[in-house]
Write a protein that binds this ligand. Sequence first.
Ligand SMILES: NC(=O)c1ccc[n+]([C@@H]2O[C@H](COP(=O)([O-])OP(=O)(O)OC[C@H]3O[C@@H](n4cnc5c(N)ncnc54)[C@H](O)[C@@H]3O)[C@@H](O)[C@H]2O)c1
Ligand SMILES: N[C@H](C(=O)O)[C@H](O)COP(=O)(O)O
Length: 330
Amino acid sequence: MTLRIAITPGEPAGIGPDLLLQLAQQQWQAQLVVIADKDLLKERAQLLGLNIELIDFDESAPAAIAPAGSVYIHQVDLGTAVKLGELDDLNGQYVLDTLRIASEKNMDGTFDAVVTGPVHKGIINKAGISFSGHTEYFAQQSGTSDVVMMLATQGLRVALVTTHIPLAYVSRAITQERLTKVIGILNHDLQTKFGIEQPKILVCGLNPHAGEDGHLGTEEIETITPTLELLNSQGMNLIGPLPADTLFQDKYLSQADAVLAMYHDQGLPVLKYKGFGNSVNITLGLPFIRTSVDHGTALDLAGTGDAEVGSFELAIREAIKLAHEKAQNQ
Ligand SMILES: NC(=O)c1ccc[n+]([C@@H]2O[C@H](COP(=O)([O-])OP(=O)(O)OC[C@H]3O[C@@H](n4cnc5c(N)ncnc54)[C@H](O)[C@@H]3O)[C@@H](O)[C@H]2O)c1
Ligand SMILES: N[C@H](C(=O)O)[C@H](O)COP(=O)(O)O
């Protein structure tokens, strides 16, 4: 069975289109369908000195693998011409349209997964569209109340309790209800997507030194510990809350399957320090498979040919792998 994978290259002025074009130089064991503007890709290919054949995607035809140097395309028109490395809010709706189509066509079964390139959250908001990230957008589009952002690199998986919210809101977002849902999704997906029978999850505290017995904050005592105790009594293997500054050591990590961080910049800097360029972002709990890159739009590198393809390549490989497993288990 040939799988169909949707790819959204993301912000048109950034490196997403470049990376997609570089990756289309190889043959993939799935039908990759780029949701983007043809002229954008043709112009960027010319700039990078890459040959590319863009094949119109016909969803009524059987899925087919494109030869190296070609890729299927689902046309979406840009809002305005792109200037390399320069954000333009007139293309905010274009970016969102590519994501909406990817979401709808994953929900209706046209695609088996979606891989997203980097978008610029700020310029989408400047275009008048409230947007905090793909994770939240796909959750909303698919009517899913709770999803989990997890980034993975060799030897480390980091999932987050809260994602793209201001630091000032984090404490009140960490409720027993949210923790229970996030841990439930993480535990379930580690079992079903990653084949780990009894996942061992290290859970960070929120405060310095996990609250130091309540002297440096009380969220651990009031919310995190009771939740972990309850879930452990139901059979999970959760360790914590642990001080986040010292848990990221091999002696703990080598014994665990994932770390659960309370907020974005508690967990992701560690993950990215270990594996920037070789990590993949996976949304857990969605009704479809979604992976993404570990980096942003890198406007400084657009059109230079200097952007590294590693994370985008890994994101496509992981999506194909997860989609194969899902198809086999159906
Ligand atoms: N998946 C996503 O959509 C995603 C992920 C992270 C950040 N972002 C967004 O990207 C925008 C820019 O964020 P930022 O500047 O913090 O991060 P960034 O990743 O765009 O850039 C940080 C640094 O890393 C370098 N870099 C990034 N990707 C690279 C690659 N593939 N190869 C070589 N070098 C690379 C850049 O040149 C820059 O020096 C923000 O709007 C942010 O929200 C989006
Ligand atoms: N938090 C992600 C990161 O730091 O890599 C990034 O902003 C992308 O998030 P979404 O996949 O939700 O857009």
